[in-house]
Each structure stands twice: as structure tokens, then as C-alpha cells.
Write a protein of this length. Structure first.
Length: 94
């Protein structure tokens, strides 16, 4: 799912088809992606999310994004795939 073109109607359709997880490409614009993802999680709290960063971005941007992400939304994240490579060299709130 591309976050920039997703809608709550699309999520309702996904749930209607019986899906429980969504994989979203993320990391092009951390602040924009954060706002969109928060809105989608609020709209459909039954879904679990798998976030794929494709190694995009810098570790500091990822860490800033992750620390700002509300705890109740973090609980909806199933896993994070391919975070920025340099994130593994940083201390973080994992």
C-alpha cells in the first residue's frame, strides 16, 4: 500500500476481504508518512501494519520519527522491514 494514495475506504475494503495485515511502503517523507499512518490506524484499529522503509532515509530521521510515534499506534505495528541501514549503528529505544 502506498500511504500517499490510501484512504479509509480502501482500508474498509481490505477488511471486508478478510485481510488483517497491511504492508505499507514508508520513508519517503517521514513527517508526512507519520501523519498519514496515524490517521489510517485511527480509522481502522483492527488492522496490523507491516512497514517497509526499503532502507530509505537516515538513522536520525527514523529515530526521530519512531520516538514521536504514539505508543498506542506502535502496538499496531507488526514489524518494520528494511529500516535505514545506519539505524543499526545507533542507540535507540527498541
Amino acid at each position: 500500500m502506498d500511504l500517499t494514495s490510501s484512504s479509509t475506504a480502501e482500508l474498509a475494503e481490505i477488511i471486508g476481504l478478510g485481510f488483517t495485515h497491511v504492508k505499507a511502503k514508508i520513508g519517503r517523507d517521514f513527517s508526512s508518512d507519520l501523519a498519514i499512518l496515524e490517521n489510517l490506524i485511527k480509522a481502522e484499529p483492527r488492522l496490523r501494519w507491516r512497514l517497509d522503509f526499503n532502507g530509505k532515509g537516515q538513522a536520525e530521521d527514523f529515530l526521530h520519527w519512531w520516538t514521536r510515534f504514539p505508543v498506542e499506534f506502535k502496538q499496531q505495528i507488526d514489524f518494520i522491514e528494511d529500516p535505514p541501514e545506519s539505524v543499526f549503528n545507533e542507540e535507540g529505544p527498541w
